[in-house]
Design a protein around this ligand. Sequence first.
Ligand code: ATP
Length: 206
Amino acid sequence: MVGKITERIGVFGGSFDPVHIGHLIIAQDAIEQLELDRLIFVPAAIPPHKLTHKLVEGRHRFEMLELATANNLRFEVSDLELARGGVSYTFDTIQHLQTEHPGAELFFIIGLDSLVELHLWRNIDELLEICTVVPFGRGGEDPERVAEKSQLSKVWKTRLLDRLIRIHEVDVSASEIRMRIAEGLSIQTLVLPEVEMYIAEHNLYT
Ligand code: ATP
C-alpha cells in the first residue's frame, strides 16, 4: 500500500553561480503553483552538462544561497551535492532526498528547454518514476515545439507538458552577472543586497 504523502517538497538544482533574482522568482512561483510546503535549492558540485566557465568554489555558491534564502521560511539550501563531490547526477540527489524525507512527494523543477536533452540524463526512466518532474516555462517558448524536439516517449512528453508551470519572465542570468562584474558594471538590481555584498567582500567574478 502506498503511504500517505506528508509533505510536498520542491527541489531546484543548478550552478547558482551566483544565485540571482531569476532563481528566487522561479522558486516562489513553483511554491505557489505546486502548493509546496518548502523548496530546496541544491547547488551542483560539477553539473553534468558541459560548463562554459569555471565555477567559483562550492562554499561560496552555497553561502550566497543561504544569504539569498534566509528571509523566506519555505526556502532551504542543501549541500548534499557539494558534500558528495564529483559530477552531480539528479537521480542520486533525488534518491538521497527521498531517504531523508520518507513520505514526502518530491517535485523536481527544470527549465522547459531541458526537456530536449532529458533523455540523456542518468537513469532518466527511473528518475521520472521516483519523483514528479515539473517543467517551468518562460513566456517566449512554445511548449509544443520544445516537446517535438524531445526524444522522450510520447506518454512522458504529454505528462510533462500537462504539468508545465508558468513563471514570471525575468531576463537575468548568472552569466550576465559574472560578465557585468568583470566589466565593473552594477549588479544591484539583479541579486539581493546580501549577495552583492558577499561577492564584493570575497572579490568574486572579477
Ligand atoms: P548561467 O548563466 O551561468 O548558465 P543561470 O542563470 O542559467 O546560469 P543556473 O544555476 O544554471 O543559472 O540555473 C538553474 C536553472 O534556472 C536552469 O534551468 C536555468 O535555465 C534556470 N534559470 C536561470 N535564470 C533564469 C531566468 N531568468 N528565467 C528562467 N529560468 C532561469
